[in-house]
Each structure stands twice: as C-alpha cells, then as structure tokens.
Design a protein around this ligand. Structure first.
Ligand code: CP3
Length: 345
C-alpha cells in the first residue's frame, strides 16, 4: 500500500487513526436482498454459493450498492462459510433456511478435514477481488473479510445456525484439545485466505466474529481473542502494515481487552454498545466502526434520525459510520438514502 492510496481513501485514512470531517460510511451486508438489482443477479446465478464463486456476478453485486449509494467502501461479496468448504467440509445454503453443514459432533470429524485450505476452492474469490478493484475509483476502499475461527466453528460444529451456539460451546468444554485443533486449522486457513485477498487487491480486511458475545470471559480469551490475535499477526507477517477491522459482536465489557490483545486497527461495534463508552474509552485507542441499530434503519423516520445523530456524536474522533449488524432484507431503500443524507449533509 502506498502513502498515496492511504491519502485518497477516507476509510483508510480513518484506519490510520485520522479523523474525517464527514465519517466514511458503508453498511454490513450492503450487497443483498433489500436491493432489487441484487435479487435479479441472485436469480440468474442459481444457488447462493454459485454466486459467491462466480467472479463476474460476485463482482457485479459487490459494486451494486457502491454505484447506487456512493458508499466509501465496497465489501467483497462472498460468505464466511467458504472456509469450511475450502477445508473439505460440505456446505449448502438452502433457500429460506440458511446454511447447512455436516455437523462435527466429536473429534473423529476432524480427521475428515484437510489440514490446509484447498487453494482451488478460493481462487474464484481472489478473482472477484481483482475484478472489483479494477472497477473502483481511487476513493472507494475495497474490504476483504473472513469469519473469525470461533464463529465459523459454531456453524461447523452445529451444522447450522443456532440461537445460543450450545453445540460448539459444549464441544469446547468437553474436549478443549480437539476444539483447539479445529480452531488452529481455522486460524491458519484464515491467515492464508486474508493474505490471498490482500494480495489480490483488498485495501483492508474485516474479521467477523458474530458469535463472540455468547462466550463467558475466560472462553472469550481463548476462542475469540487469542485466535484473532494470531490471525492479525500472521497476516501482518506476510503483508506488513495490513489494516484489519475486528467485529466481535456482543463483546460488551470485553471490547477494550479485545482491542488491546488482538492488535486490530479498528473495532466494529454492535448496536448494544454504549456510545459514551465507545467515545471515552475505545476511540482514544482505536477508530470505531458502527453501530446504527439495523431495526432503526428498517423503521426509518424520526427513530432513524435520532439514531444517526446520536452516532454522529462520535464523529469528533476517528469513526467509520456503519450499522451494528447487517442490513435487514425488508429495509426500504429510501431509509438508506435518508441515513446517507443525514450523515453527509
Ligand atoms: O456484507 C456484504 O455485503 C458482503 C457479503 C457477506 C455475506 N455474508 C453475504 C450473504 C458477508 C460479509 C457475510 C458474512 C457472514 N455470513 C456472517 C458474518 C456477519 C453476520 O451477518 O453475522 C455470517 C454469520 C454468515 C453466515 C450466513 N450467510 C448466514 C447465517 C446466512 C443466512 C442468513 C441470511 O441472512 O440469509 C448467510 C447467507 C448470506 N450471506 C446472504 C448474503 C447476501 C443471503 C443469501 C441469499 O442471498 O439468499
């Protein structure tokens, strides 16, 4: 990354610790079902994974929200669950049901898994990154991503999404040694995957730990912070100065230790995180990203205006304006426009 690139991309400037007069803005899950142009491409692609592995179409849907709204960042269109696929596990997305994987109920399942990711599986994702990069202007940041090992493991162990991640938590209590073997493989795979995205042209990467907040503190140390730290240092060993955003959803009181221990360049906050604490305790150390409640965006009106204004009180320090989690499919496009207008004036 040259000084020059850092200079022209507002989001990268914030990741360098600078403050922008108007905070850069993007939305988690900004490419998705709330956009008619996405639904159209999605239909053409066939299955959801077919879309993820089709560089032409994946690049197209990555760019759609940037074209429509002029966001400051494009986020690579893919999914965190391409990682288990690359490790040789079966992964399917059933319409209306979400992801389905072969569950891993015990250590025996580990032997049926590859040690290293299969580079052929992820090659189309890097191609998507190259295509998007070639089409972006000099101001828009391209964000790559992976799931954090803990969150990916919750889906691998349960075989599907659950509300409390009991299957993975139980596995980790009952057989921590083998659970660590699973986490270790995800750490190595994630380093390789993120380095591949950065080398293909991603300007920075985000590590999504959607289920971090379900862990008690000691387990949070072991399964969220420690593996994330290894990814951060492993990526930077190969790509010096790589910029990394961590999103430990629900981390609450663990947010500050997360920043200090993992070494991320910025922390993504979910909507439950108190903004006064973000301002006084986190922002003096790292830029924060977040955290409009996706339901306030869905509701629109005064509720949305109030939420936007409240978040803008953090804009006197380094801030990336975002949602506290992904945009909901039922969100009206007009509400996204309302939010953008309020942020940018
Ligand atoms: O943000 C973006 O626009 C980039 C693309 C992206 C997707 N998933 C596309 C997607 C990203 C960054 C993700 C991350 C992801 N995937 C996470 C972490 C962030 C989060 O939202 O918590 C998780 C936990 C997953 C796993 C996953 N993928 C689930 C549980 C589901 C089903 C629920 C749902 O929203 O449908 C998916 C499917 C998925 N991933 C869709 C999209 C656009 C919807 C699939 C469709 O179009 O039919």
């Amino acid at each position: 990354m040259t000084e020059d690139t850092v200079g022209t991309k507002p989001l990268l400037r914030v990741l360098e610790g600078r403050r922008e007069e108007i905070p850069p803005i993007w939305m988690m899950r900004q490419a998705g079902r709330y956009l008619p142009e996405y639904r159209q491409v999605r239909e053409k692609a066939g299955g959801f994974l077919d879309l993820c592995f089709n560089p032409e179409l994946a690049a197209e849907v990555t760019l759609q929200p940037v074209r429509r709204f002029g966001f400051d960042a494009a986020i690579l269109f893919s999914d965190i669950l391409v990682m288990p696929l690359a490790l040789g596990r079966k992964v399917e997305f059933l319409t209306g049901e979400g992801p389905k994987l072969e569950p891993m109920s015990d250590a025996a399942a580990l032997s049926g898994m590859r040690d290293r990711i299969d580079p052929d599986v992820l090659a189309p994702v890097y191609e998507t990154v190259r295509r998007v990069k070639a089409q972006l202007d000099g101001k828009t940041t391209l964000i790559g991503f992976c799931g954090a090992p803990w969150t990916v493991a919750t889906y691998m162990v349960a075989g599907e999404g659950t509300s409390d991640q009991a299957p993975a938590r139980l596995f980790a209590y009952r057989d921590p040694e083998n659970f660590k073997r699973l986490i270790d493989r995800l750490v190595l795979g994630s380093i390789e995957y993120l380095v591949g995205q950065l080398k293909a042209g991603a300007d920075c990467v985000q590590i999504f730990d959607t289920w971090a907040g379900i862990l008690p503190p000691e387990q949070f140390d072991r399964w969220c912070m420690e593996p994330t730290e290894r990814i951060v240092s492993g990526v930077r060993a190969q790509v010096p100065g790589a910029k990394i955003i961590g999103f430990p959803r629900g981390a609450g009181a663990m947010a500050l230790p997360y920043v200090e221990i993992t070494g991320v360049d910025a922390i993504g906050l979910d909507w439950s995180f108190p903004r006064s604490l973000a301002h006084d305790i986190l922002q003096p150390r790292v830029p924060v990203q977040g955290n409009v409640d996706p339901l306030a965006l869905l509701a629109g009106g005064d509720a949305l205006d109030r939420e936007v204004d409240d978040l803008l009180t953090l804009a006197d320090r380094p801030l990336i304006f975002n949602l506290g989690h992904g945009i909901l499919p039922a969100t009206p496009i007009a509400h996204v426009e309302q939010m953008l207008k309020r942020v940018r004036g």
